[in-house]
Design a protein around this ligand. Sequence first.
Ligand code: IMP
Length: 430
Amino acid sequence: MANVVVIGSQWGDEGKGKIVDWLSERADVVVRFQGGHNAGHTLVVEGVSYKLSLMPSGVVRQGKLSVIGNGVVFDPHAFVAEKKRLGEQGVAITPQTLRIADNAALILSLHRELDAIREGASTGTKIGTTGRGIGPAYEDKVGRRAIRVMDLADADGLPERIERLLAHHNPLRRGLGQPEIDAGAILDELTSVAGEVTPYVDRVWKLLDERRRAGDRILFEGAQGTMLDIDHGTYPFVTSSNTVAGQAAAGSGLGPQSIGFVLGITKAYTTRVGGGPFPTEQENEIGTFLGERGHEFGTVTGRKRRCGWFDAVLVRQAVAVNGVHGLALTKLDVLDGLDEIKICVGYRLNGEVIDSLPANGKAQLEVEPVYETLEGWKATTAGARRWSELPAQAVKYVRHIEELVGAPVTLLSTSPERDDTILVRDPFQD
Ligand code: IMP
């Protein structure tokens, strides 16, 4: 029996919510291992819709253990707000159902402010972040000055840690023409919330090791997507964490042998929110069609997503860097009714055809997609639960994607409804 890691193989928003929900029903433990409350997905369980950002999907199901791993950047105030919101919907988050890694780094108000200041500046690169302070919090983590979850329980040690942090941030703020921050304000910010977090804090690596030895099924829930990975994505237009499957081990404290099956969630076309290169983007009626039909608006920020054709080059790259065993292909029904459908199979750069996205940002903007054109289908794929219910051209499209990216479709989702799924193989049973 394998544990399963779910990752996004494009720029996020591949439709992880539904797949993770489906898998979390089969899992005993659900673990977040990177990112923070920049993630956003909606789970629909027994007709009730739950919006999650920081919480692992296991929290909405009875009898599951949910874990926020050390690789996550943890905003204690966002945690309290999300807990309250879920509580109002009848979901009780208790220390029995949720554990938070003691060594996860905190997101503070100064990180959020810095994120906003940078994004609002007229100079520099505008990334189009979610404004949650994710990047600045990870900077402090690797800069070895972060305040961590465990520090909330150490009232005596906090003032010194805050001083160390402000010794970095206040000169930075002065340089940006911003007022300095008073240590007392940060202390209040932390002490006001400490009591709400500390009951959940744990040595997560140890807990997960025990659960693994006991034979529990573990679902690692990735956020964002491979092309937003700090190393493998379209840098600098990326998020500040490793979003690839390998991070499931480092970001939870379980060894890589525990990862098991890597499921790459893949949308049948491509979208991205925020700035940065997007070779197959369609700023025309096709893009509008995909955006409207696919309801492509961000769950966290409400921003309109940019839309384009399926890019097999990017997904093939994602299959390689994540070690994807199988794809969960989503939103095929959005393509229903198109006369023809294009798939990008290579890029043209300086007169040559290449088979991967160059690492250089300038070249990423210059590449021109090489398309194959497939015949579309008129019948609907929405709600199909068997291959035989799909139009022949739709099956051909799926098979061609498998061939081009080098991974089989394990699961095909044909509508937001959980039962509208064609299951080829259960990743947990692999
Ligand atoms: P940050 O993660 O807020 O720093 O944003 C960095 C980039 O990642 C921006 O382009 C965001 O739009 C993108 N991003 C962050 N989280 C998500 C997500 O959950 N889905 C899609 N894009 C995201």
